[in-house]
Ligand binder design. Structure first.
Ligand SMILES: [Ca+2]
Ligand SMILES: [Ca+2]
Ligand SMILES: [Ca+2]
Ligand SMILES: [Ca+2]
Length: 505
């Protein structure tokens, strides 16, 4: 290691942070290059920090070249002497200047050549910012070599300029090889961070464990990402109470922090988010996060009544008996809410069925197989209710997951039934009046009611027959002419009615 390097290291040890530009805090650096840039026009201005190796290399080179010279003068064509066996690469230190500087025109540096020339050396510069777009930012006084900044710079448009520097004689001949001069624009915190969306939407299942990812807020900052000017810090300004969400200060990820998300209590959370640069101390912006809590089936359905009384008439099918009202706190219309009512016991022959009314979520009890009052006048059904979806959490045991439905079957007056129908019999041709024809016997299914069955003629076109209303016995009244038009192939057709004396249902 050479002497200059040792010296530089010694200085660095006393100087914990070396910065280029207006806020230069290294005494040696200030002596060598000051003023390389203007004083910060804004207290928020932060100079860019370069890596330690770059600092050291630049510092050593600059010190070797510039130590004995005026601070604002740069000798771009002067090479350092070889020190020992190590030849270091020659680096012209960049000129740093803050963006947005308004004290114009501002002298950045004075370039000098060691060449002695009658009539003096003529300096000239070329490149972007001079004779290429954007034109006229920089200029040089041709005799003094003083380089000026003529307009405000915007680092977010162009962060550095590389100019060509020429030294010529009066006749325009090149005295020195053209060399590069780099001007680095130092960032100022002149850009507020901005969220990429006004509203960030997120969804989370109720009952989610702490640490569950919900959504991610994202913001940008146009300032130099290597500086604090664009070091973003996210926070939640407001979220109500209790505070169930947190945001990662660097990534913007929003997660749950506590248990207790309950859709049945709160469906949506509205968070106010903030992002601030300077690691949270600088310019800020706000946005919202709308977090929807998705339903899980954490409530068992319940009957509103534990005992129900219903009535239904016998002998019919497909009629509704009654409705079982069900409550479920989960999301209406969802499988977590829809009730399925089933019959547990009390209907061994399968007379009843239960369907769900999709609008009211009631269980609708109906008769699917006709009932018979005379054989089974009362049913006691045990029914239970479940959701379409299985229960997910371990909810408190449902108080009314089952109910009892008492069903009274109502008797109806059923018509008497002929045991043999039609009844066929035969008589000799020309049978005399009073000949026994047949004896009808109809049975009334209403065995529990005391009903009497009576008989009468309904159809007897030749008025040939006589019916005993009480017994159902039939005799002929007269001789039937073989030529009767009502004899068809030898058959005579008559209709007999059986009537009970019960009331009409
Ligand atoms: Ca910023
Ligand atoms: Ca900036
Ligand atoms: Ca439910
Ligand atoms: Ca729920």
């Amino acid at each position: 290691m050479d002497t200059a390097l040792l010296l530089a290291l010694g200085l660095l040890a006393q100087t914990p942070s070396i910065r280029l530009g207006p806020e230069c805090c290294c005494p040696l650096w200030s002596t060598l290059l000051s003023p390389l840039g203007p004083q910060s026009p804004d207290p928020g201005l932060q100079a860019s920090t370069v890596s330690f190796t770059e600092q050291l290399e630049t510092l050593v080179s600059a010190w070797l070249t510039l130590a004995p010279r005026r601070p604002s003068t740069l000798y771009p064509w002067r090479r350092p002497p070889a020190l020992g066996r190590v030849r270091r690469a020659w680096v012209i230190p960049p000129i740093s200047v803050s963006e947005n500087y308004k004290g114009l025109p501002y002298m950045l540096v004075q370039i000098r050549s060691d060449k002695r020339q009658p009539g003096g050396v003529i300096y000239s510069i070329q490149g972007p910012g001079v004779d290429e777009e954007p034109l006229g930012l920089f200029s040089v006084e041709k005799f003094s070599g003083r380089v000026f900044l003529n307009a405000e710079l915007d680092r977010e448009k162009t962060s550095s300029y590389r100019l060509k520097v020429f030294a010529l004689d009066r006749g325009g001949s090149v005295l020195e090889e053209p060399t590069d001069l780099e001007i680095v624009v130092v960032d100022q915190n002149d850009n507020r961070p901005a969220f990429v969306q006004e509203v960030f939407a997120g969804r989370v299942l109720e009952g989610a464990a702490p640490g569950t990812y919900v959504t991610r807020a994202e913001a940008t900052d146009a300032d130099d990402p290597d500086t604090d000017n664009a070091a973003l810090h996210y926070s939640i300004l407001a979220q109500g109470s209790p505070e169930l969400f947190s945001i990662h200060e660097r990534t913007g990820e929003i997660r749950t922090v506590h248990v207790g998300l309950d859709r049945e209590a709160v469906t949506t959370y509205n968070l106010t988010l903030q992002v601030a640069d300077m690691s949270g101390q600088g310019l800020s912006a706000t946005a919202s996060a709308i977090i929807s809590v998705d339903d899980i089936n954490d409530n068992a359905p319940e009957f509103t009544r534990g005992k129900l009384l219903m009535e239904v008439t016998e002998a019919v099918s497909g009629v509704d008996v009654g409705r079982l009202e069900v409550e479920d706190r989960d999301l209406p219309g969802s499988p977590n809410w829809v009730a399925n009512v089933t019959i547990l016991e009390g209907d061994p022959e399968g007379h009843f069925g239960i369907r769900t009314d999709p609008r009211t979520n009631e269980g609708v009890l109906s008769v699917v197989k006709p009932l018979d009052y005379e054989s089974h006048a009362h049913y006691e059904l045990r029914v239970s209710v479940q959701n379409e979806a299985p229960l997910q959490a371990a909810p408190p045991r449902a108080q009314r997951g089952q109910a009892t439905v008492s069903i009274r079957v109502q008797d109806v007056n059923e018509a008497p039934v002929f045991l043999e129908n039609p009844l066929r019999t035969s008589l000799a041709e020309g049978a005399p009046p009073g000949t026994f024809v047949a004896s009808f016997s109809a049975q009334d299914p209403d065995t529990v009611q005391l009903q009497r069955v009576s008989y009468s003629k309904d159809y007897d076109p030749e008025d040939w027959l006589q019916v005993d209303g009480a017994t159902g016995q039939i005799q002929t009244r007269r001789v039937l002419s073989p030529a009767s038009p009502f004899l068809k192939d030898g058959w005579y057709r008559a209709i007999v009615l059986a009537l009970d004396d019960g009331e009409q249902p």
